[in-house]
Design a protein around this ligand. Structure first.
Ligand SMILES: *Cc1c(COP(=O)(O)O)cnc(C)c1O
Length: 427
């Protein structure tokens, strides 16, 4: 029987692997080569003065990014992890200040908070969008809460209107980790620009990339200046005789190189096209997977556009009669690539379970500046936990542009598995 599942001995639905992507083209080769020929691969100087803001490629990229995202300041950094750390430092947190964030993200969101001895507190997520749940945020606000770190997970903005309202009411800063959603819109503004400070990743897996890199965006002159200082050793402040705000001026070297900046400029010009390609693939998946029992395709919240770093679905194992793990095994056997079974529950990592960050003795949670016991136990984020453990199924669309014929093969494989749910259940 040709329709028999590959998992049960039938033929594979996708017998030859789908193509991999190379999103670096001649534009990037030319841009990088031109920089290499100058011999100047970075032009930063740590001290105050002309070199403090970096070389011509970095500054040109920042100008282009600020215009693109329609913000006063775009600050290039050597990774978005660096950008997150600089943003946390820039908002001026004191040791022991709490920042509320989501566990449904990659670990850098939460570890960036620890860098200036901030304390991550985890709010639950909304089951339909996977983004941080403003109601859960509000319940976690304590006298020590200083900021909310939202994440625009999988490619659409968190509910920034609700988060802004909460932040204003409680005097909190709003930070946005928009690594996965460059080019997504929320109320006709670019995701990442609705917070006090936000930004994007330029790592190899993201919509546009320069190998490694990141962009911090903000309309706030002071935050931008503080990020620029943290990016570049903060020497310009700690060495000057002028009275200066020394808060969190432990500088780093977060400087993006000239080659990467030139590549990033070329890539930025391709962002809109790449976003469109993802949206086309997602529309095709939405149509092709519609009506499959016990499967929910992504919800795009009102006022949002989605740029599909991940195409996030939910399964209902009770209605399916089989577990997610069986479905995933069957899809994998059919040759479906890009599958993500579950995502992340950052609060359950040993780092937080054992509360060991700096050194081995429990710093910073064991310090007097942390005046309450922070709960990271299983059960604090029931929605995120259930999604991770039982019901979330994703397709990682994060690596390129998708041909209609390839997406169709993925849809066919899903439909084949769903045609055989009874066989799967009884096997
Ligand atoms: C990729 C990513 C980061 C980290 O970005 P890097 O540029 O790799 O440091 C942070 N947060 C989220 C949600 C990400 O997806």
């Amino acid at each position: 029987m040709t329709n028999q599942l590959a998992l049960l001995g039938g033929p594979k639905s996708i017998a030859t692997p789908l193509p991999t992507f190379n999103t670096i083209g001649e534009d990037e080769v030319a841009a990088a080569s031109a920089v290499i020929r100058t011999g100047i691969l970075s032009a930063y100087i740590g001290a105050a003065g002309a070199g403090f803001l970096g070389g011509p490629q970095v500054r040109a990229f920042e100008e282009k990014a600020a215009a693109y995202f329609n913000v006063r300041h775009a600050v290039a950094v050597n990774s978005w992890t660096s950008g997150l750390i600089a943003a946390v430092g820039a908002v001026g947190i004191e040791p022991g200040d709490e920042i509320i964030t989501t566990p449904w993200t990659m670990v850098a969101t939460a570890t960036a908070i620890l860098h200036f001895n901030g304390i991550p507190v985890f709010a639950d997520i909304e089951p339909a969008t996977f983004n941080i749940d403003p109601h859960s945020v509000e319940k976690l606000i304590s006298p020590r809460t200083r900021a909310i770190m939202a994440v625009d997970i999988f490619g659409q903005s968190a509910d920034m209107r609700a988060l802004r309202e909460i932040a204003n009411r409680h005097g909190l800063r709003l930070i946005s980790d928009t690594a996965q959603a460059p080019g997504a819109l929320a109320d006709n503004r670019y995701a990442g620009t609705l917070a006090d400070i936000g930004g994007y990743s330029l790592n190899y897996h993201k919509h546009i990339h320069s190998g490694e890199g990141g962009i911090v965006v903000t309309d706030d002159d002071r935050l931008a200046e503080r990020v620029r200082l943290i990016r570049n050793h903060a020497e310009a402040v700690v060495q000057s005789d002028a009275p200066a705000d020394l808060c969190n001026m432990i500088g780093y070297n977060f400087r993006l190189g000239e080659i990467e900046a030139a590549i990033a400029s070329a890539q930025l010009g391709k962002l809109a096209g790449r976003v469109e390609s993802r949206q086309r693939a997602a529309d095709q998946l939405n149509a092709g997977l519609a009506g499959l029992r016990g499967l929910t395709t992504p919800l795009v919240a009102e006022g949002n556009t989605h740029v599909y770093y991940v195409y996030g679905m939910k399964l209902d194992p009770e209605r399916l009669g089989v577990s997610r793990e069986r479905i995933v095994a069957a899809l994998r056997a059919e040759g479906v690539p890009w599958l993500a079974s579950g995502y992340q529950n950052i609060h359950l990592l040993p780092l937080f379970q054992k509360k060991i960050a700096y050194g081995s003795k429990g710093f910073p949670w064991n310090q007097p500046f942390v005046d309450r016991d922070i709960d990271y136990s299983h059960g604090i984020c029931p929605v995120a936990e259930d999604l991770h453990e039982r019901t979330f199924l994703g397709l990682n669309l994060c690596m390129g542009e998708y041909a209609q014929a390839d997406v169709e093969r993925v849809i066919d494989a899903f439909r084949k598995v769903w045609d055989n749910l009874d066989a799967l259940a009884s096997s």
